[in-house]
Design a protein around this ligand. Structure first.
Ligand SMILES: *Cc1c(COP(=O)(O)O)cnc(C)c1O
Length: 400
């Protein structure tokens, strides 16, 4: 057995089988490349589901982590720490909101936003507690908690986890008419992804975000954009909602906020919403911890200093143009924004084998829903590196 095979066997033996990873072990990583124990190197075209937008082990982020580790790492929110205020200020400036609430994982940020919407519904809109409804879009992915999978229509994510959370309604994605028709006097929010990531980079029609904003305002419900995957320059703008210059009432953030180093998530909203949380009504032991704050501040700095939004936009265009030129009968569509892209194969196509072939050729990507492969390299990738990676994709696709 190779070293990799031994490691995989041990992981499978002792670990719950709630994932089905590609058979590759990553032992080292730097920038856009990862390395296995045998010394093979690969382009990382998943970026930990867009949590590594800044590239693996960005020196500035690692330095922030180490420096902070030498001072203080955890206080809980029972006490103040000397860096949380700076982080919240920077995050508010970066996102354009008045206040932020720090958590750790994306799912926690989503739960926080759901709580905020339910509370706002009662305390501001006047909905009776227990009657609040939140509308979600089908094919969504917002995380794995009971409340969140209650809003999922993916059978695998939901199966045998009942009883499900009440007060959830599902409508088709990219359908503003359905949104309008589904709103009742008890609706408190529409929560959605501005581009559906896990669904296979499902980009809505132009104008969708603007119309959603109008409908939410007109009907007095909160517009909540889940930017956990699409945020932080992944789609060619700071946030995917910036493509239509729309400001949601709240955004959920995570993944790349932690720079691929540390779990950091947050909800951002203006005061009139965020002030509805009062002491004791929500919290997290690790939320806002000094290590997370230091890492997140460095992660935001890197996005700005290295112009990663512009680079993502420009290289994304090149990626789609070049991949569309590849001759492969099985490919139906190449879609995406910025460096969040996907190749759709025909119905019934098993992309797992293609991902294995890509791995053998030196590029790591993962299929979603069987017939879709997402391509999302770190945003620090350079144009010549992107072209080399595209050459690998071409070589593999032409053999299908
Ligand atoms: C990944 C993701 C989440 C969940 O984040 P976790 O950190 O895995 O809990 C939520 N929303 C979206 C859009 C995501 O892509």
């Amino acid at each position: 057995m190779t070293k990799s095979e031994q490691i995989i066997a041990k992981t499978e033996k002792f670990g719950a089988h709630n994932y089905h990873p590609l058979p590759v072990v990553i032992a080292k990583a730097e920038g856009i490349m990862v390395e296995d124990p045998e010394g093979n190197i690969y382009y990382d075209f998943l970026s930990a589901y867009s949590a590594v937008n800044q590239g693996h082990r960005h020196p500035k982020i690692i330095k922030a982590l180490k420096d902070q580790a030498d001072r203080v790492t955890l206080t809980s929110r029972a006490f103040h720490n000397d860096i949380l205020g700076d982080f919240l200020e920077q995050l508010c400036n970066y996102t354009g909101y008045e206040m932020a609430l720090p958590m750790n994982t994306g799912a926690e940020a989503v739960e926080t936003a759901m709580k905020l919407a339910r509370r706002w519904g009662v305390e501001v809109k006047g909905v009776e507690n227990g009657k609040q409804e939140i509308i979600f879009a089908k094919e969504n992915f917002h995380g794995r908690t009971i409340a969140i999978v209650s809003a999922s229509n993916d059978p695998e994510a939901r199966i045998n986890y009942g009883p499900y959370t009440e007060g959830i309604k599902l409508i088709p994605y990219n359908d503003t008419k359905a949104l309008e028709e589904t709103i009742t006097e008890n609706t408190v929010a529409f929560m959605f992804e501005p581009i559906q990531g896990e669904a296979g980079v499902n980009v809505p029609d132009a104008g969708y975000l603007k119309t959603v904003r109008e409908i939410c305002t007109k009907n007095n419900i909160m517009m909540i954009a889940d930017e956990v995957q699409t945020g932080f320059c992944r789609t060619g703008k700071k946030f995917a909602v910036n493509h239509e210059n729309v400001k949601p009432d709240a955004m959920t953030l995570g993944k790349a906020l932690g720079g691929g180093v540390f779990p950091v998530s947050a909800v951002v909203a203006d005061k009139k919403f965020m002030e509805l949380f009062t002491p004791g009504t929500h919290g997290s032991t690790f939320g806002g911890n000094p290590l997370a704050c230091a890492v997140a501040m460095a992660s935001l700095d890197v996005l700005d200093n290295e112009n990663l939004a512009d680079r993502s936009e420009k290289l994304g265009e090149i990626f789609r143009d070049e991949v569309r030129k590849i001759k492969c009968d099985k490919v139906v569509k190449v879609r995406g924004k910025g460096l969040l892209n996907a190749v759709l194969f025909e119905e019934g196509f098993e992309a797992w084998n293609t991902c294995l072939a890509l791995k053998e050729a030196g590029l790591l990507a993962k299929q979603t829903h069987g017939n879709i492969i997402r391509f999302a390299p770190p945003l620090t990738i350079k144009e010549d590196e992107l072209m080399k990676a595209i050459a690998i994709i071409k070589e593999v696709f032409e053999k299908i």
